[in-house]
Ligand binder design. Structure first.
Ligand SMILES: [Zn+2]
Length: 325
């Protein structure tokens, strides 16, 4: 049984849903409605109807902006993610009927706190999953498991990703854009980095029992980009109160082209390009560098950096390890 202490727990009646088989993904939705309207709708049909695990109020909900309702214990499934029912935890977010409405500041704070609790409780990594193929673990938005019409040309990962061949179906509807472009951008740029920074956060006491392994994270960066001129980008959130060591490891039988790595103090203010503690190989790590197979490249980040931005090109996913130093 897992009930979020920050939520108003409102079970929908006698439990009829099967137990979750795993807790692999935290998925974000938009309500196309208000918190009260969604609460009424879920309550009408109990667990026989559709429901999500959580709902978070927004600016259209007055005093309940940032208010969290939990409708379903995370030990049990919820219907919002269709084929993902067995391993996806779902969060509905109020938009007052307008999916282009931004998440409000209170709503963002509530989503981050809820996300930290879900990721800690169920050991889910705070990274955006590349697609909905079985075995993925991380954070997602609903559109990643939806099919688009044949005429639509998606802009691709991370902001406009749709179901890929072999990916689980998260809806029977065609062209479902949930949770909308504005909220997807907030999820990728703000919510996930903030959750990740909390999870890597500085221990409350410097000499507490926090183990290095708990602060370390492995980030799987998806394949992306097409050439030196057509790059993919991947943000990595860091806790700015610490110093970090970052290792890029392309793995066996592959290489990664890194065009640049930029560091940011916050979402808007750039610090500069990182310098490497381990120069060598072909090119500097910060600019036009090809990291070959077996040749992991390491560089150190000073404190005061809240985000890294990787500009790269790779035809396979590759791993980035972040360790405190
Ligand atoms: Zn949805």
């Amino acid at each position: 049984m897992a009930i979020y202490p920050g939520a108003e727990y409102r079970p929908l009646g006698p439990q009829t849903e099967p137990r979750m088989s795993a807790h692999n993904i935290l998925c974000f939705h938009t309500m196309v409605g208000t918190l009260a309207g969604t609460d009424n709708m879920f309550d009408d049909d109990g667990y026989y109807g559709t429901e999500s695990h959580f709902g978070v109020g927004g600016s259209s909900d007055g005093k309940r902006d940032g208010h969290v309702i939990q409708w379903q214990d995370t030990a049990f499934g919820a219907d919002a993610n269709y084929e993902g029912k067995g391993d996806v935890i779902s969060v509905e977010t109020s938009d007052g009927g307008d999916p282009d409405q931004e998440w409000s500041p209170q709503q963002l704070d509530a989503l981050v706190e809820l996300g930290v609790w879900v990721c800690r409780t169920h050991r889910i990594p705070a990274v955006l999953i590349p697609d909905t193929k079985p075995g993925r673990r991380g954070i997602a938005y609903h559109r990643q498991g939806c099919d688009h019409s044949s005429s639509y040309q998606p802009n691709g990962w991370p902001y406009d990703a749709w179901r890929v061949p072999g990916g689980r179906r998260w809806s029977t509807a065609l062209g479902k854009t949930c949770p909308g472009d504005v909220r997807i951008q907030q999820l990728v740029d703000t919510v996930i980095p903030r959750i990740a920074a909390h999870l890597r956060g500085a221990p409350s006491k410097p000499d507490s029992n926090d183990r290095i392994e708990d602060l370390m994270s492995h980030i799987l960066v998806p394949a992306g980009g097409e050439s030196e001129k057509k790059l993919a980008f991947h943000p990595i959130a860091l806790d700015p109160t610490r110093k970090w060591r970052v290792t890029i490891a392309p793995g066996v039988d592959r290489g990664v082209y890194i065009a640049s790595i930029n560091t940011w103090k916050n979402q808007d203010e750039k610090v500069g390009r990182v310098s490497t503690s381990d120069p060598g190989g072909i090119g500097a790590v910060t600019k036009d560098c090809f990291i070959q197979e077996h040749a992991g490249r390491r560089f150190d980040i000073g404190d005061g950096v809240a985000k890294l931005d990787l500009a790269y090109w790779s035809d396979r996913p590759f791993s980035v390890q972040v360790t405190p130093r």
